[in-house]
Each structure stands twice: as C-alpha cells, then as structure tokens.
Design a protein around this ligand. Sequence first.
Ligand SMILES: Cc1cc2nc3c(=O)[nH]c(=O)nc-3n(C[C@H](O)[C@H](O)[C@H](O)COP(=O)(O)OP(=O)(O)OC[C@H]3O[C@@H](n4cnc5c(N)ncnc54)[C@H](O)[C@@H]3O)c2cc1C
Length: 322
Amino acid sequence: MNLFLSQEQEEIRELVHDLCLERVEPRAAEIDESAEFPWDIKELFAKNDILAIPFTPEYGGVSGSALTLIVAVEEISKFCATSSLILSVQSLGSLPIWLAGSEEQKRKYLPPLARGEQLASYALTEPGSGSDAGGMRTRAIKHGDTYVLNGSKTFITGGSVADTIVVFARTDQDGDTPARNISAFIVEKTMPGFKVGKLEKKLGIRGSPTAQLFFQDVALPAANRIGDEGEGFKIAMRVLDHSRPGIAAQALGIAEGAFDLARRYALERHQFGKPIAEFQGIQFILADMATQIEAARALTYAAGDALDRKLPDIGVSSPLNG
Ligand SMILES: Cc1cc2nc3c(=O)[nH]c(=O)nc-3n(C[C@H](O)[C@H](O)[C@H](O)COP(=O)(O)OP(=O)(O)OC[C@H]3O[C@@H](n4cnc5c(N)ncnc54)[C@H](O)[C@@H]3O)c2cc1C
C-alpha cells in the first residue's frame, strides 16, 4: 500500500494492472514491431472506462484526479509504453477544453472522449518552434464569425488518429507581436482543409503515431476558439503544467517494467552454480535501480497530488502564465 494513494486509487491500480497483464502485455512486442496504432487496445480501454479516468463524472468520466491518472499511466507503461500514451494523450488533448473551454464546448466535446468513442490530440509544436512555442507561424485570421486557419504542426502524438485536435495559432494580423497573440482552437478531423502528413519513424513507442498535420484554409467557427483571443499561450503552458507529470509517470512505469524483467532474469540466470542475483555486484545494480524508482515515484506522485490540491506553485514561472 502506497502512503500517497487512497483505497480507491489502489483499486484502480489493481484493475489496470490485471487488465494489462492479461490483454496488453501479450500485444506489446507486436505493437512495437508493427508500428501500428493498436485500435484493439483503445477499444479495451474505452470498454473498461480507463479512457474515462481523466474526466470528472459531470462530463461522463470516472475521476478527473491527476494522481489517479498518473497511477493508471504508470501501470500501463510497465507493460506497453505505446498503450499508456493512448490514455495520457486523451488527457493532454482534452485538457485545453477542460481547463479553459466554455461550458458548451465541454458538454459537446468531453463526453465522447470520456466514453472513448473519440480520440483527442494537442497540436502546439511546429517545424520551426519547439521549446520556443511562442515562435509559431500557423495563423488563424478572423473574417466575421469565422477564423481561417493556415499552417502546419509537427510531432503531434495521435494526430493521425484523433477526432478532436486542439491547435494553437497566431491570431495577430502583422506577425510581429509576441506570444500573447496566440489563440487555441478546436479542429475536427472532418473539417475541409485538414490533412495528415508523414508519421515519424521512431526507435520506441512505435505504435503511437507522431504526425505532421497540415491546415489549408480550414474554416473554424469562432465558437471553436477556446478562451479569449490571445489567451492561447497561457492555456498551452497551463496544459503542459498539468500533463508533464503524466510523462514522468510513463517514464516511471517503463523503469518499473525494466526493473521487474532485470530482477526476474537475475533470479533465473545461473552462473558458477547459483543465480546471478546472489552476486553482490548484481545486487548493487538492482538496489540502485530500485532506489531511483522509489524516489522518482515519490516525486511524480507529489506532482499529481499538488495538481489535485491546486497548489499555487505548480505552474511554470513564466510571466505569461499568470
Ligand atoms: C515522440 C514525441 C511526441 C511529441 N508529441 C507532441 C504533441 O503531442 N504535441 C506537441 O505539440 N508537440 C509534441 N512533441 C514535440 C515536443 O514538445 C518538442 O519536441 C519539444 O517542445 C522540443 O522541441 P524541439 O524538438 O523542436 O527541440 P528544440 O526546441 O529545437 O531543442 C533542441 C535542443 O536545444 C535545447 N534548448 C532549446 N532551448 C533552449 C534554451 N533556451 N536553453 C538551453 N537549451 C535549450 C533543448 O533542450 C534541446 O536539447 C513531441 C515530440 C516527440 C519527440
């Protein structure tokens, strides 16, 4: 029993663990080998309400707690990193709507995501703007009640399989104004002018598509803008504050999975008449791994707990973050 977790969170962990042991672990190697998005695992998660974890019950979800989401992502990652991203990106792509959307947007977009009928993604990065997200060039120009979106995004996790994509674009007219003139928009994959480009060939997490996205004269109703015009950069950063602990949870779960394999192998493998786990040199390595995992877990859970308790110092110390 972990001191950080409630009885309910422990139960969710157990449920996710058992499901992944039975259904995800046997698929993990072939998902990575084939580099294809595992629709069967997405269905499994939808059917078992795992995709509902990031959402509160009023929007069709089962939790909405950052720490519960972390525990679920950690548990899935022990077995398959691709599969854990299905859940964490469902959260990442819906967070802009959840944190800054109107009630109408929440009621329209969140329930189908919570039910796992639709998938979400988050499109901030561009070929010329990574760490410097404020330097983006994708632009949405307002004509009456419609914005016309032009530009491209790159490295978008789940971008090729998502139904609802939150896209960040400049809404200034002259192009010289800094990050404050970025706005966030909900793009639906069926909108004319939206196109998926190439998928990255990655070394790992290969079943998770990392896509290039193109927008050519995509007509967006003003009702699809999240928050006020110019609030997009702040929204993007708030979303990253909320979603980065999920990436830590993924790394933590992968480390735990690797540790478990290493420990089992050390017990199985015999040299000089005994399991190699009995040699002190191997014990040092395993002890160091276990210590680092325990420390990483404490830090990751503390971040989730801080998010759930809405501690004020969780945010990025950027003046734009408010
Ligand atoms: C697998 C994968 C999935 C992704 N999924 C998404 C997604 O779903 N949505 C999305 O919007 N983006 C996504 N990204 C993009 C990711 O957020 C960017 O890769 C990240 O912001 C870094 O940008 P960059 O790759 O352009 O690197 P750069 O910004 O070009 O950085 C290159 C190097 O320079 C360093 N550097 C940059 N600025 C500074 C500085 N000021 N001081 C010191 N060092 C600096 C960086 O640390 C890095 O080592 C994904 C990326 C990957 C690899």
